[in-house]
Unconditional design. Structure first.
Length: 275
């Protein structure tokens, strides 16, 4: 066996944590576990996916569309990042009515939301649009004349929506709920099949995070991890998002992946291994 492979077997398990506040209720007690026998790596979602694929980390939170693209992993059942209705941080901005939109600027930071807008426009609004990634800020992209609408995610989407109330906005999670009657699942924990990490570690940490959201929010504020106000963070984590993965969330995730496969956005032969 090569030395590098031997070293991988000997090292402590590594958990990839994404530095976004929407994941904080699931990661806070992973990060702040005084008895942890694992290492923490901080990675953006695209880095996390690549490290899972390459066996550089044992576990990580992965966006819904990427679940189908990583082999030899199990999905932690019972917890997720999801929304039952309006999420307010995944928004399509436009100066035009939805029926008039023909060109859409995609957010380069999100595979799942980019897939979701394509599904909603084609299967819910019955519209064929041209899509391309924009490289500047939201306002510059909207005013460039290249796009009828621009998709944005995260804090910047929430802040931009608050600062520009006159713009027409489509909340993608809300539209998904209107279209399907189901919640939308944005991300879940994945664990490599050859890792000795237990799914109970993630379920227990997630459960504690849900029960102690005020502690999580205080930590976000103290560490300056968001440009949002405390009120906005509290509303976002307590009202816009939820973290339990049950039968409705599973149906919503399966339907999303089914549509992605039909539209050629993911391989048709994906499997979901829940543990």
């Amino acid at each position: 066996m090569p030395n590098s492979a031997l070293n991988l077997k000997k090292r402590k398990p590594i958990i990839s944590v994404i530095p976004f506040i929407n994941a904080k209720p699931l990661t806070y007690f992973i990060e702040n576990n005084p008895q942890k026998d694992y290492q923490i790596n901080y990675n953006y979602p695209s880095e996390c996916i690549e490290k899972l694929k390459n066996g550089e980390v044992d576990a990580g939170i992965v966006s819904s569309i990427a679940i189908s693209k990583v082999s030899d992993v199990n999905i932690v059942d019972g917890i997720c990042i999801a929304s039952h209705s309006s999420v307010e941080s995944v928004l399509l901005f436009s100066n035009k009515e939805i029926e008039e939109i023909k060109t859409i600027g995609l957010d380069p930071n999100s595979g799942t939301s980019n897939a979701l807008i394509k599904i909603l426009m084609e299967k819910w609004k019955n519209k064929k649009c041209d899509y391309s990634f924009y490289k500047k800020d939201i306002e510059t992209a909207l005013n460039s004349g290249k796009y009828d609408a621009v998709l944005a995610i995260g804090d910047r989407a929430l802040l931009f929506g608050t600062q520009n109330p006159s713009l027409i906005k489509m909340d993608l999670a809300l539209e998904w709920n209107h279209f399907t009657g189901l919640p939308f699942v944005f991300a879940m924990w994945l664990i490599k099949k050859d890792s000795n990490l237990s799914p109970e570690l993630f379920r227990e940490a997630g459960g504690k995070g849900i029960e102690n959201l005020d502690t999580v929010i205080e930590n976000i504020m103290i560490n300056g991890q968001s440009n949002l106000t405390k009120y906005q963070i509290k509303k976002y984590l307590k009202e816009n998002l939820h973290y339990r993965f049950g039968s409705k969330e599973r149906k919503g995730l399966m339907l999303f992946l089914k549509y992605c496969a039909e539209m050629g956005l993911i391989p048709p032969n994906y499997t979901l291994n829940l543990i």
